[in-house]
Unconditional design. Structure first.
Length: 385
């Protein structure tokens, strides 16, 4: 990466960093830290604070309007500090509210910066856009067409950027810091520990996963389920606990809540199989999938949106099972997990394959290089024109 005789690119990374600890917030923080640690960039944060610290809470409309005014003030202050080469802006995803925010903020951002790049970390616009009122669709597309381009996380994700009128689209996958380079392959002979991590709610498949576990338990399968994360409003911890009790899983399921740092690493290290049951309409790239792959875990996941692309092609993956959902999510999860149990002798190989895929595609230095290429290519073309 040559930076000699080149002025640093001033890049403003927009969005909300943790808390709460959702995939989009974590990735905004990750990209910000990568850019800030790389020579050749001058990096600032355009702070959003629309989501409350806990995923189980929500802000009122009035509080969001107040925050919108604060966001605009922060942008004015950033502009006063000097010229901006890029604003990296997180799209609103499939929900109407954040898209209304984008209609207002994107045109203003385009006036402030030389280039605004929309980062599609949230997704689902191609699916929901036809359901938006015509004036909202027109305004949203007009706002996006003012932007320089888009970054999507997978080839599958291109459809969202294309639906909003983007022509310049780059595919840059997520990445994760390698925290498991010294990990020793697991060869557990005891009852396996199934691990699921993320927001707990119906869209993430939590109730269906619990029902599937009850079916597996009734069939004689012996295991434990470790359910890591916090409930996403309006799904509540009370509802979660009642479901666990009703299904007779109190001795099978443990819910340690939201884990960070060494506690989270220990949850991955001591698990035997990662299971991800998401059917969330805004799923863009399963960050927890590559975290599990980093830890050499075999993976069982829904064939939903880009999950197959992230983990590898085929229903029986090199590193696990990507299963079709069908009409009954709980039954589909139970069938896939039962299939995985029957193939338990392959789990070590699956985990080894997943670790190799992580090392080839999803390391931080791969993301760092991809971002460098993206930000500097256009500048080089412009300077040579």
């Amino acid at each position: 990466m040559e930076t000699e005789n080149e002025p640093p690119l001033r890049i403003v990374v927009a969005g909300q960093m943790p808390p709460p600890y959702g995939g989009q917030n974590l990735n905004i923080e990750r990209v910000f830290n990568i850019l800030r640690a790389t020579e050749g960039y001058g990096v600032e944060h355009w702070k959003f604070d629309f989501k409350p610290p806990r995923a189980s809470a929500h802000r009122t409309i009035f509080a969001k309007v107040v925050e919108l005014a604060r966001v605009l003030v922060r942008l004015v202050r950033l502009r006063a500090q000097g010229r901006t080469d890029y604003i990296l802006y997180p799209t609103g995803g499939h929900c109407p509210g954040p898209n209304l925010r984008d209609i207002l903020l994107l045109p203003i951002a385009c006036l402030v910066a030389d280039r605004v790049c929309v980062h599609f970390q949230a997704a689902g616009q191609a699916t929901v856009l036809p359901n938006f009122p015509a004036p909202l669709r027109w305004l949203l597309k007009a706002a996006h067409r003012m932007c320089f381009g888009a970054i999507v996380l997978t080839e599958f994700g291109r459809q969202d950027a294309e639906a909003l009128g983007h022509r310049r689209i780059a595919v840059i996958p997520n990445a994760f810091e390698d925290r498991a380079s010294q990990f020793t392959e697991r060869k557990s002979e005891t009852d396996p520990v199934l691990l699921s991590i993320g927001h707990l709610c119906p869209d993430k498949g939590t109730p269906a996963l619990l029902e599937a576990c009850a079916q597996l338990q009734a069939s004689g399968r012996r295991f434990r389920l470790r359910l890591v994360g916090e409930c996403l409003y309006p799904y509540s911890e009370k509802e979660l606990r009642e479901t666990i009790s009703r299904l007779g899983l109190s001795e099978t399921v443990e819910c340690p809540g939201l884990l960070h740092g060494q506690e989270l690493a220990e949850a991955y290290r001591t698990a035997d199989l990662f299971i991800w049951s998401t059917v969330h309409p805004g799923e863009s790239f399963g960050l927890v999938l590559i975290e599990a792959m980093m830890w050499g875990l075999p993976v069982v996941t829904t064939d939903w949106r880009a999950n197959r692309e992230v983990t590898g092609s085929g229903e029986h993956l090199p590193g696990g099972i990507c299963f079709p959902i069908g009409g009954d999510l709980a039954a589909a999860i139970a069938t896939a997990a039962d299939d995985a149990f029957d193939r338990r002798e392959q789990w070590v190989t699956w985990g080894r394959n997943n670790r190799e895929r992580y090392e080839n595609l999803y390391r931080i230095d791969v993301l760092k290089e991809n971002l460098w290429t993206y930000f500097h290519q256009d500048v080089a073309e412009k300077n040579s024109a």
